[in-house]
Design a binder for this molecule. Structure first.
Ligand SMILES: [Zn+2]
Length: 56
C-alpha cells in the first residue's frame, strides 16, 4: 500500500509546472489546483488571489 503520499506531495503549479507544497496549494490555490507560484507570479499577485484563477 503506497497511498501515503496522495495528500501531501507532488503538487505542481498549473502555470509553469514548478513543484509546490500541498500547503501552498491550500493557501493560494483553488481546490486541488494552483494557477501560479512564486516562480511565475509576483508575491503581490499571489496574495491578491491570482493563483486561484486560471484565466490570468
Ligand atoms: Zn508557477
Amino acid at each position: 500500500m503506497d497511498s501515503l503520499q496522495e495528500d501531501q506531495t507532488n503538487w505542481s503549479c498549473e502555470r509553469c509546472g514548478t513543484s509546490v507544497s500541498a500547503r501552498f496549494v491550500r493557501v493560494f490555490g483553488r481546490g486541488r489546483s494552483v494557477y501560479g507560484c512564486t516562480q511565475c507570479l509576483p508575491s503581490k499577485a499571489l496574495y491578491a488571489g491570482a493563483a486561484a484563477r486560471s484565466g490570468e
